[in-house]
Design a protein around this ligand. Structure first.
Ligand SMILES: NC(=O)c1ccc[n+]([C@@H]2O[C@H](COP(=O)([O-])OP(=O)(O)OC[C@H]3O[C@@H](n4cnc5c(N)ncnc54)[C@H](OP(=O)(O)O)[C@@H]3O)[C@@H](O)[C@H]2O)c1
Length: 316
């Protein structure tokens, strides 16, 4: 089982959770059930992944057969960019809860600091591509109401940079407990982590393995760089410690008190990704891993180039 982290509001979260965004729909329920059997108690989803129904079905099965109780699992979901208007936040959370077949969500995040037009509630119409100006403090006020109403135990942010976090925290009745961002040894986000720690906000690392196979990762890897999991330094350390490369990547994050949500559908890797607490990296090897930092990031890189002034251009 993963170690638990105590969040700023007293809630506990398993440090390693299962990312679910790219798990194929036809194997999702089985993968969640298997992950629970293997000891996972933290699952990351989002309205935008369109997989909350399958995750809800798997949870229902495992609650019914007595494998786990509701209070034993930590479920994160996220407010989609199109439902950030103050009046849309509660209906969007209620819809996620309906799909997940849950009474409350453990953690609800604002998925991106970007707003889009609501196409009509939960419609299948294509999402508008233009971004709207929106004061995210109004969104945050509605997020706080979710906690007061008992729909969310904790609330937080995702993909927010330091200025955006500062803006949300200023005058907030409830402070965010987590900021979920792209983070791995090549894009370690040290500055953002320091900034968040000073405010008692934990970072959750998405793409901790460098998101191999993600469409936005491919061009960069094929041009000039090997995938993070095949980096010679990581391969050498994996051999040295008798672990697989993913375990080395995760270990370097958990040692920094970072929460991580690797995705895997492979039974062996599901197991091994939880087994990162039974070895210690030496100081020299931690230094070696930190030398891999090169600010490579995969998510929304193209958007940054298209919109150089856009606020999520940098994470700090
Ligand atoms: N907040 C956001 O905006 C945001 C954005 C992106 C993602 N996320 C969340 O973060 C989660 C993780 O990100 P991600 O799925 O993009 O990338 P990732 O976790 O870095 O990479 C997943 C890939 O790594 C492979 N893998 C996992 N463990 C491994 C190991 N020990 N050794 C070798 N390969 C391994 C998996 O293949 P196998 O299945 O074959 O093991 C899978 O193809 C997502 O599922 C989602 O929940 C959030």
């Amino acid at each position: 089982m993963a170690k638990e982290i105590l969040l700023g509001n007293g809630q506990k979260i398993p440090q390693i959770g299962l990312g679910t965004s790219r798990i194929p729909r036809d194997i999702l329920e089985d993968t969640i059930c298997l992950a629970i059997k293997k000891g996972y108690r933290h699952f990351d989803t989002a309205f935008a992944y369109y997989n909350e129904v399958e995750i809800g079905n798997a949870l229902k099965t495992k609650f019914a057969d007595g494998s786990v109780k509701r209070e034993d699992v930590f479920i994160t979901s996220k407010l989609d960019n199109q439902y950030q208007a103050e009046e849309d936040v509660c209906p969007a959370c209620t819809e996620s809860l309906r799909r997940l077949q849950l009474d409350y969500i453990d953690l609800f995040l604002i998925h991106w600091p970007l707003s889009r037009q609501n196409p009509g509630y939960f419609s299948t119409k294509p999402v508008a591509t233009d971004y709207l100006e929106r004061d995210l403090k109004t969104t945050w006020r509605a997020m706080e109401e979710l906690v007061f109403a008992g729909k969310a135990k904790s609330i937080g942010l995702s993909n927010f940079n330091s200025q955006q976090i500062e803006y949300i925290c200023d005058g907030a009745r409830i402070k965010p407990v987590i900021n979920q961002v792209e983070l791995n040894v090549r894009f370690p986000q040290y500055q953002l982590q320091r900034f968040c720690e000073e405010r008692n906000i934990f970072l959750t690392a998405y793409a901790p393995m460098g998101a191999p196979g993600h469409p936005q990762s491919l061009p960069r890897y094929t041009e000039d760089k090997v995938a993070l999991l095949k980096d010679p330094v990581i391969l050498k350390l994996a051999t040295k410690y008798g672990k697989n490369p993913g375990q080395i990547l995760l270990k370097s994050l958990v040692d920094r008190n970072i929460i991580a949500i690797p995705m895997s559908t492979n039974p062996d890797r599901l197991t091994s990704n939880l087994q990162v607490y039974d070895f210690e990296l030496s100081v020299e090897d931690i230094r070696l891993i930190s030398s891999l930092e090169d600010e490579t990031r995969h998510f929304w890189q193209q958007k940054n180039e298209d919109h150089p002034d856009y606020p999520f251009g940098i994470h700090f």
